[in-house]
Write a protein that binds this ligand. Sequence first.
Ligand SMILES: [Zn+2]
Length: 189
Amino acid sequence: MLQAGCGMLEKLLAADSGYRGPRVPCGQGHEAEFVSYRDKVIDTVLGPVTFTRAWYHCAACRHGLAPRDAELEVAGASLSPGLGAMNDRAAAAGPFAGAAGLLEDLAGVRLTAKRVERAAEASGAAQAAAVRERSGLVTSRKVVPLPPSPVPDKLYAVIYAAWVVMPNRPALARVCAAERACGPLSSSA
Ligand SMILES: [Zn+2]
């Protein structure tokens, strides 16, 4: 059954070669040129799947890319988004070796503990970067989050402050002002 699913998925992926013209934006302000078609193997919840897609190279960045990989959300990854999400859940539940066993028992997918670890860490780093980017947009007021509905009656704020050396008085004054407003800021050596 899984093999049949794998075969169908490969046929679906083969329907698009990933060729997006002789040149595509590289993402850093340059144009990457089409080089050739290259194979990529990704592990999916149905098993390993191979597909061929157009490969481009940016001379300025000295970096290669496949637009199709980005469209399929597998750029720089060897797990499909679906298997990646399963891997994240399994890796969050316990040691990586146990997570690899869980994936094999429940989904029949064999990954080494090292691959489980690498994929979970890459996923965590990507999610942290997305949160930082969103926070940056909110603090720079480029994005205004909508208030929750219904609006809660009471909000609790938790402030974590790392004590740093502040030689200038204005910065110290700002901390004192914050303490007056919010109560003592905890310090740790
Ligand atoms: Zn470039």
